[in-house]
Design a protein around this ligand. Structure first.
Ligand code: AR6
Length: 173
């Protein structure tokens, strides 16, 4: 499905990515947490939390942008994925909205490269295969309509997430 050379799935640490923006899987307070959120705040330094304090939180499915401070990435796009509650609470649509709102901010700021973690696939318990399918659909739709962006990456921290993406990519090819 995504045969676009601008797209890649890799295994690694998103804080090390040299892209215009990395995406943070945050919570509605935007004041930090565990998982990828904790890793991004540690790598960016305390100035990131200071800026986040000015944002007034973020509803689930929405996204807000800050600078990247000590990260290689110039910006952090903070989005809040849904907590998985069995699938009957709009979780799939909310997760799709996360990706769309991150891409909207990318375009609004004229940025050309972005790296996503597996939003909601850790503490928030979203089934990985379903989350990966949603991510791939949204990334595909975005790349179809946007020809200026140079790179969209999904950075998987764990092998199970990486394998889920690989399975889907093979199925969809
Ligand atoms: N680079 C890339 N991916 C990572 C990294 C990293 N350095 N560290 C973890 N992951 P999670 P969520 C993966 O729990 O499910 C936080 O406390 C991880 O293996 O970080 O959206 C927030 O403050 C998993 O595949 O985010 C919220 O309270 C994926 O990132 C809550 O967790 C997402 O796992 C959000 O939960």
């Amino acid at each position: 499905m995504i045969a676009d050379p601008r797209f890649a799935v890799l295994q690694g640490d998103i804080t090390r990515q040299q892209v215009d923006a990395i995406v943070n899987a945050a919570n509605t307070t935007l004041l930090g947490g565990g998982g990828v959120d904790g890793a991004i705040h540690r790598a960016a330094g305390p100035e990131l939390l200071q800026e986040c304090r000015t944002l007034g939180g973020c509803p689930t499915g929405q996204a807000k942008i800050t600078r990247g401070y000590r990260l290689s990435a110039k910006y952090v796009i903070h989005t809040v994925g849904p907590v998985w509650q069995g699938g009957q609470h709009g979780e799939e649509d909310l997760l799709a909205q996360c990706y769309r709102n991150c891409f909207r901010l990318l375009e609004e700021h004229g940025l050309r490269s972005i790296a996503f973690p597996a939003i909601s696939c850790g503490a928030y318990g979203f089934p990985i295969d379903r989350a990966a399918a949603i991510a791939l659909t949204e990334i595909h739709n975005f790349l179809q309509h946007n020809k200026n962006v140079e790179s969209v990456r999904v950075v998987c921290y764990t092998h199970d997430v990486f394998e889920a993406y690989q399975r889907l990519l093979h199925l969809r090819h």
